[in-house]
Design a protein around this ligand. Sequence first.
Ligand code: BES
Ligand code: MN
Ligand code: ZN
Length: 497
Amino acid sequence: MEFSIKQSGPEKQRSGCVIVGVHEGGKLSTAGQQLDKATGHRLSDFIARGDMDGKPGSTLMLHHVENIAAERILLVGLGKAAEFTAKPFLDALRAIFGALQKTASKDAALYLIDFAVKGRDEAWKIKQTVMAAAESDYRCDQLKSKPADAPALRKILLGCAGKPSVAAQQALDQAVAVVHGMKLTKDLGNLPGNICTPTYLADQAKAIAKKHKLKVAVLEEKDMQKLGMHSLLSVTRGSHQPAKLITLEYHGGDKKQKPVVLVGKGITFDSGGISLKPGAEMDEMKYDMCGAASVLGTMQAIAEMGLKLNVVAVIPSCENMPGGSASKPGDIVKSMSGQTIEILNTDAEGRLILCDALTYAARFEPDTVIDIATLTGACVIALGHVATGLLSNEDKLAKELLEAGDHAHDRAWQLPLWEDYQSLLDSNFADMQNIGGRAGGTITAACFLSRFTKDYRWAHLDIAGTAWKSGKDKGATGRPVPLLTQYLIQRAQSVKQ
Ligand code: BES
Ligand code: MN
Ligand code: ZN
């Protein structure tokens, strides 16, 4: 899909479809009024007849309207003008692209960004529009023998009354980079475990590095042995696929500037290991590498933006499988940090690979480390599929991430990381055990990780509930690429000053 922003009048704009908003009560937007006038008040006729009541998310498609350059007009309901907040705006966008995808329009011109959305600026509206368009455009048919017909809609124009500002154009460019990153994240997430192996992820990282001139390195199991990453290696023991530790370095900032390190959980299939998971919906554990995929998507997005910041990706990747040499409940391993771990449940494997990756991350002398992981089923119980779980050893960082998530509408919610939870990880035989019981499962998982992140500022994003959708709409969401890129954009700005 291609996007552009320009000053244009809705009646003169050649397009497959021109889109204008209507508030509840029938009030047309300024662009809508212009269109209404040009068409001899056809729009207000339809509104007066009651075909469009302006309820949020309602649409009315009009064909063969005379005296305008576009082939169709789409009226979209925006709800009450006094209550025009983010939610009705996003509902309207979803309805618009849902309706457009049902037509043969090859292009569309939207006149929505001149509308004031409470508490949101123009850049936000532009970014959300691009994300909603890309979401409606996404198909995952790479493995179907006959791909479905490609969507007709190829070009989106954001029309505005005045000349678009530099900031508006920049917001559009950034949004396009974000949706490209999200597409990569979704594609990788949706691939099955027999194709998307640790080796496949490493090859993807190499391809991104080549295209965007990043530095890439892939550590093999023998290298990890030498580094003493026995916790990570304990997870891959039951698998025939070799484990990989992938690093990507993006140097967009000053040489001396300390990097942000993103660590992504890359379990390409999580069977649970010897603590085998139940069969129902086990296929969804192909998504257990969505943390890794979101880190790759974010790296690609910031490279495409040319962000002035240094960012490093660290991706530990392997499969978690049962087998004759798989780790067993009760096994004790020594992590790279020197701390020993009693593996009471082989299904709590994410923390076992992350802890060594977090120790390794210190090599990059980070300013901040953020790990992203489909870590606990408990997070889905706590926050459902709306918010990502966020825990941090620094409240200022937590706040910045929460704000970035809010801004990008890719929201997170903070959980406590209080000392009081740490004793749940006490073991009689090792420095700690890898599970803390059913209660507070997301918090005890983060407590485990916190024992490996003492030397730097760190935050943990548990995306177990937000990285993919189940059921009829099963598929990766591309989250939290919008949150992460927004955070990094804000950081690049604050470093500059
Ligand atoms: N990858 C899973 C977490 C998960 C489960 C994400 C379901 C999304 C949906 C993780 O490796 C895991 O199995 N966690 C266990 C931890 C438990 C054994 C302490 C869990 O959440 O059940
Ligand atoms: Mn598991
Ligand atoms: Zn897992």
